[in-house]
Every structure is written in C-alpha cells, then in structure tokens.
Design a protein around this ligand. Sequence first.
Ligand SMILES: [Zn+2]
Length: 85
Amino acid sequence: MTVNEHPKAIATLSADGVHWIVPHCPICGREHYHGAGGPGANHAEYLGHRVAHCAGQHAGTHGYVLVQAPKGTDQWALLYGRAKP
Ligand SMILES: [Zn+2]
C-alpha cells in the first residue's frame, strides 16, 4: 500500500447543493460535511480526494476519496445498513 491510497467515503449531496454529506466516515465513523459549490454548481468537481475533518486524530490518516453514492441511496441506509423503519 502506498501513501497515495485513501479509503473511499460515500457522499450524498444535500438538498440545497451546498454540501456533500459523508454520513459514515471510513476513518472515524462520524458524519462530515464538505463543500459542494452551492446551488447550480457542478457538484462532481467537488468530489475526489479531500482531507478528512478528523485527519490527524487518527495516526497515518490524511483523508479519503469522496465518491457519490449511487442514485436513490438512502442516507439512513448508508448510516445503519438498512432501510429507515
Ligand atoms: Zn472522520
């Protein structure tokens, strides 16, 4: 494994297009928000490698690769691994 390999973080776009929401950080398991450009922006440009907000708190971690969740993905399902009851 090289230093350029980062875990993938599944992200969903907020309804207003302002944030990419990572419901379940692959490093710390918490929720993180990253800028997505705002309404009308090309949100995909904001995907890719990002510094995790928790980086530095966990030895050897510097970030992750933001990837868009498949269309229709339920944030609850991402977080808990099952459909919202
Ligand atoms: Zn984290």
